[in-house]
Design a protein around this ligand. Structure first.
Ligand code: CP3
Length: 344
């Protein structure tokens, strides 16, 4: 039994004393202890060494007091497992050296044996579960098929992923073959994370908002729903289709445990669009963590009031920024924890 199971209770449809809180990218560059390890080991060494991944995962639990841990890893381990070379360039982000253009490229992708090829993730999860000692739940994760296609076709980060969108629009047959292959490796990967000890999983569709609503319905949603249907019997699933607010009515009918929101939709509208059918997660604009602490506290209280304290997981609308002072991140978490006290 977990000592703090607030997040799991909310995902299972129960009422809680206050909303649970965690932050996307909560283990990262705003933490001095992370920066110490970052100076010593390169990115994929940190990801691939279970002891380091575990230590980094624990940092925000110990120092910020979040209600859940999220395993330190990356969505790009899946393209790596499929045989693509992924580099993490200092100050530039990811670089995939050979991108996908042809059916031959897609055929060459290997989707067998993901549990073995990414065994370091499962080892990191098992180790972290032990280290957490039943204090808070552990979140596993993967990238959504569309978001992974973006990197696999474009080769690097981009503001609009034009090449990836062009690939889908001009070569839809190939795009679907690729999306299906990514889905077919992601399902056993997340299943293995759950078996290794992840209490729930989140699927990051960070770039779904770049798609027109009809294209989201074609290239993103069907694959998100396949993943959801394959996994929801084993653990709660949170979908984070960033920017795709238009899909809320449909996704809220899918049986998903929770939907993550970015800050571009206001809580009341999201509640209306989902008719209180589903748990919502989000959606504090990460730049607001740069405000003075008293203003952070007021803004967090307003956010919880707007969502309502139930069927709700407090989080940011996207990852925490590296320039956020640690005590501001802590103030965000504390403001949520104080919420019930503020109300009474
Ligand atoms: O949330 C957590 O604390 C868990 C760890 C986590 C990382 N990446 C570690 C990381 C998670 C959940 C991710 C997911 C991820 N990775 C996404 C989806 C979420 C999102 O933010 O949209 C995406 C698109 C990636 C791909 C990726 N990895 C990019 C674009 C970058 C470079 C940009 C950046 O933030 O520097 C990374 C590197 C990365 N992944 C870092 C961390 C902590 C920074 C590496 C460093 O310089 O230390």
């Amino acid at each position: 039994m977990l000592k703090n199971d607030l997040l799991l209770r909310v995902l299972n449809g129960r009422e809680t004393e206050r909303p649970p809180v965690w932050m996307m990218r909560q283990a990262g560059r705003y933490l001095p202890e992370y920066m110490k390890l970052r100076a010593k080991y390169d990115f994929f060494t940190r990801v691939q060494t279970p002891e380091l991944a575990c230590e980094i995962t624990m940092q925000p639990v110990d120092q910020i007091g979040v209600d859940a841990a999220i395993i330190f890893s990356d969505i790009l381990v899946i393209p790596q497992a499929m045989g693509m070379e992924v580099l993490m360039e200092e100050g530039k982000g990811p670089l995939l050296t050979h991108t996908i253009h042809t059916l031959k490229d897609i055929d060459a992708l290997n989707i067998e044996g993901v549990e073995d090829r990414l065994s370091y993730v499962m080892k990191a999860i098992a180790l972290t579960k032990k280290e957490l000692n039943d204090s808070v739940p552990l979140i596993g994760f993967a990238g959504a098929p569309w978001t992974l296609l973006c990197y696999m076709v474009e080769g690097k980060g981009s503001k609009s992923f034009d090449k990836a969108r062009q690939f889908c629009i001009t070569q839809p047959g190939m795009a679907h073959a690729l999306l299906q292959k990514i889905t077919d490796i992601t399902i056993p990967y997340l299943r293995a994370q759950i078996r290794a000890g992840a209490d729930l999983v989140q699927v990051f569709d960070s770039w779904s908002g770049l798609l027109a609503p009809a294209d989201f319905e074609t290239f993103a949603q069907p694959y998100l729903l396949q993943i959801l249907r394959a996994l929801q019997q084993y653990a709660p699933v949170i979908l984070f289709p960033k920017g795709s607010w238009y899909a809320l009515p449909e996704l809220s009918r899918s049986g998903v445990s929770a939907i993550g929101l970015d800050w571009c939709i206001d809580p009341g509208t999201a509640r209306q669009m989902t008719e209180n059918r589903v748990v919502l997660q989000g959606n504090f604009d990460p730049v607001k963590l740069l405000l003075p602490i008293p203003q952070i506290k007021t803004a967090v209280k307003e956010m919880i009031d707007a969502f309502g304290p139930h069927q709700y997981i407090a989080n940011l609308g996207h990852g925490i920024l590296p320039n956020v002072p640690v005590d501001h991140a802590r103030a965000f978490v504390e403001s949520v924890k104080e919420y019930s006290l503020v109300k009474s």
